[in-house]
Design a protein around this ligand. Structure first.
Ligand code: ATP
Length: 352
């Protein structure tokens, strides 16, 4: 049995299912992200684990113990909120000490724990500062220290980095992962930022309208998204409408409005399909070469790469071109686009 288990957990508000039949088994030490658009049920799921929201049905177990109806304080979980919720009139050390005092930990042990944890989050020099005297990133570290100091079995993070600016946010993502791995703590983080979820999680749970649509490692999620919602929500992707004829072993695919045909040797859906391909798997070629021709409509310089869009008979396709010196063709120029059939994903139904 896994360390933390949610079995068929649902939460209904009236007839609305905020979370529906949520099944997840989390291993000890895993970092899991709950990812999805606004309103998909991420926070409600997290709050059912904290105990702040009671499930309408289903079971939650932790370490083999049923905690479904246990009051929040008895779960002893570490929680970091988006707002950090630090006590403004207390110093960093006092903020971190609070949970230990509530648990009647003796002063020498308290001082030792505070010292250790502030060193872990690189805040030893700021122990006597007040939250108002600190930057957003430093406050975030205090919130993490305060959550971890009680040695909780699970750390729960609700959009912990969303108040930080882009650069600090990226830095704190890796800090969060470093701290989590140093402590080895089982962690569940809510986020709507796919790049954040992919970069620091062991597994990502994608949610849509209260339900889980896919649970996978970041790599699998990116390379093998289960449906077109995930493929467009996780990373950028191109879609082309096509028709697939599956012969039991492989498929012959023909892309609508083009003479393009290619074969795959995988199990594919039959009939109307969408071909999904990542921009970095497309290649610009000389006009007349490649599988399809197009005209460049836009090109954006992103630093490490260019993002070039080309209008083709199969629709507008985006191509990521590594910045290796020579700039890509200009707007209005004709180009060829090429891809390997193994890099295409074939999904049932027409692309949205
Ligand atoms: P966000 O990213 O915007 O925070 P979320 O994915 O965390 O969204 P939840 O806050 O879990 O989503 O909400 C899921 C659904 O449940 C939404 O449709 C929301 O309106 C509804 N909901 C949440 N809390 C309540 C409540 N107390 N009463 C009624 N409906 C609620």
């Amino acid at each position: 049995m896994s360390f933390l288990n949610l079995e068929k957990v649902s939460k209904f508000y009236g007839s609305v299912a905020a979370v529906h039949d949520f099944d997840l088994a989390v291993e000890k030490g895993e970092f899991i992200s709950l990812l999805g658009p606004s309103g998909c049920g991420k926070t409600t799921t997290l709050q059912m684990i904290t105990g702040l929201v009671r499930p309408s049905s289903g079971t939650i177990t932790m370490g083999g113990r049923d905690i479904t109806h246990l009051p929040p304080p008895q779960r002893e979980l570490g929680v970091v909120f988006q707002s950090y919720a630090l006590f403004p009139h207390m110093t960093v050390a006092q903020n971190v000490s609070f949970g230990l005092e509530m648990r009647k930990v003796a002063k020498p042990e308290r001082d030792k724990r505070i010292k250790e944890i502030l060193s872990l989050v690189h805040l030893s020099a700021l122990a006597d500062r007040y939250p108002r005297e600190m930057s957003g990133g430093q406050r975030q570290r205090v919130a993490i220290a305060r959550a971890l100091v009680i040695n909780p079995p699970v750390l729960l993070l609700d959009e912990p980095l969303s108040n930080l600016d882009a650069q600090l946010r990226e830095e704190m993502q890796f800090e969060l992962r470093r701290i989590q791995q140093t402590v080895g703590i089982t962690t569940i983080m809510v986020t709507h930022d796919q790049a954040e979820a992919l970069s620091i999680s062991d597994r990502v749970v994608v949610m849509e309208k209260g339900r889980i649509t896919q649970v996978d490692t970041p790599y699998e999620l990116y390379e093998h998204p289960r449906n077109d919602f995930i493929s467009s929500f996780v990373g950028k992707s191109n879609f082309m409408c096509a028709t697939s004829s599956f012969n039991g072993k492989g498929a012959s695919i023909s892309i609508d409005n083009t003479p393009i045909r290619f074969n795959t040797d995988r199990r594919e859906p039959d009939g109307k399909v969408s071909i999904f391909i990542r921009p970095e798997k497309l290649r610009l070629t000389e006009p007349g070469e490649g599988q399809i021709q197009g005209k460049v409509t836009t090109r954006y310089f992103m630093g490490s790469q260019w993002l070039v869009s080309a209008e083709t008979s199969a629709g507008v396709l985006a191509v990521a071109v590594p910045n290796l010196g020579a700039p890509p063709p200009m707007e209005g120029e004709t180009v060829g686009l090429a891809w390997q059939s193994a890099d295409c994903r074939v999904l049932a139904g027409a692309a949205k």
